[in-house]
Design a protein around this ligand. Sequence first.
Ligand code: FES
Ligand code: FES
Length: 189
Amino acid sequence: MIGVVPGAPAQSQAASRKAPQAAVAFEVNGKPCSLQLDTRTTLLDALREHLRLTGTKKGCDQGQCGACTVIVNGVRINSCLTLAVMHQGDRITTIEGLGQPERLHPMQAAFVKHDGYQCGYCTPGQICSAVAVLDEIKSGIPSHVSGDLTASPELTNTELRERMSGNICRCGAYSNIAEAIAEVAGSST
Ligand code: FES
Ligand code: FES
C-alpha cells in the first residue's frame, strides 16, 4: 500500500497549478507568427509541435547533434537549446524556408547532386548550417582553425569541416556533404 508523504501537496492542488504562459511573435520563413506558449517551450518544439514545421529535426534535444539547426537573424543556432519566448521579433529560417522541391536552394540542390545524405535525418540541419557557414566566412568570422584571426578566413576544406563539426551525421555521409558545400562555396564566392 502506498502511504501519503506528510507535507506533500494534495494531487488536486498540484494539478491545478498552471505552467506559466507567454505570448511571443516572430517571423518564420517570411511569415509572421504569434503563439501563446508555455514559457519552457524550446524554439525547436515551437516550430515542430505548434507550427507543424517538421523539417527541423530533434536528434538529441541537448545541443550535441545539430539536427535542429535553424537560422535566426542570419546566424545558425541549435533550436533545442533556446526558448521560443526569447525570440520576440526575430527572423527565423528553417529548411522549409530555404527552398521548395520545385525551387531548391543551391545548397539543397548540391546535397541532392552529391548524395550528401543517407537516411536524411541530419540533412535539414546540415543544410541550414552549411548556408550559414558560407555567410560566416564571407563576413570574415574566424573559426578555431583559422591561422590568422585578423585576416579574412579562407574557404579551405579544413575550415569547412571545422565549421560543420557541430552537425553530426550518424550515416557518415561527411565526404559527400563536404563536396556539396565546396561546390556551392566555389560558385558563390
Ligand atoms: Fe538540437 Fe541535437 S536536437 S543539437
Ligand atoms: Fe543519416 Fe546523416 S544522413 S544521419
